[in-house]
Design a protein. Structure first.
Length: 202
């Protein structure tokens, strides 16, 4: 059964702590008031997600044009999260990493997936290098951009099982390494369903 956007999976965690809806409100306010810039973005999104509106405004990444604000139904994002979970065979208590900005749709979708699927989500400051965190923990699911993948090739064996990477793939021999065991995902911001490309489609 597809969960409603108002529900939070009872296995959902952020940085090893359980959060129900009330606790998420408190976390959001704390992140906005006391957090760093990337944590402020997370707090703002959580408050927007938890309000009474059926839709939410998102800022596109600008991959296919000038960044702009769009309005999407929250339940459509839930359907997209469930589809991703089914495709990558994700389960409650799987470990996930958010290393993309929460102000853009890719980062927001990682949060929605975690809330709906019951993932244990770690939050780190967006960086082109993931080495600061990856050596200490293995992850079941992570979404990254090609620059992050290229700069962390020696660590990707920890997360190759379930790692979507954006379509503008890495060049030359590194392209083969990344696409060998991963799927390259293009997520148009105007729609919340994914187009998944294998190596032969790129």
């Amino acid at each position: 059964m597809i969960p409603n956007y108002r529900s939070i999976h009872n296995r959902f965690k952020i940085n090893n702590f359980h959060f129900d809806k009330e606790a998420l409100y408190q976390l959001a306010y704390t992140l906005i008031k006391e957090g760093k810039d990337y944590e402020n973005d997370l707090g703002v999104f959580l408050l927007d997600w938890l309000d009474d509106k059926e839709t939410i405004q998102l800022t596109t990444s600008g991959t296919t044009g000038v960044p702009k604000v769009i309005t999407i139904k929250k339940q459509s994002m839930v359907h997209s999260a469930i589809a991703t979970g089914n495709f990558f065979n994700l389960h409650p208590q799987d470990k996930a990493l958010l290393c993309l900005p929460a102000r853009y749709i890719a980062g927001k979708m990682m949060i929605v997936r975690a809330m709906m699927l019951g993932l244990e989500l770690d939050i780190m400051a967006p960086s082109s290098h993931l080495d600061d965190l990856l050596p200490r923990k293995n992850y079941d699911f992570i979404a990254i951009v090609p620059l992050q993948a290229e700069n962390s090739l020696d660590k990707l064996h920890q997360i190759l099982k379930k790692m979507p990477c954006r379509k503008n793939c890495i060049d030359n021999e590194q392209d083969n390494i990344i696409c060998f065991a991963t799927f390259v995902v293009y997520l148009p911001s105007k729609r919340t369903n994914k187009r998944v490309y294998s190596k032969n489609n790129i």
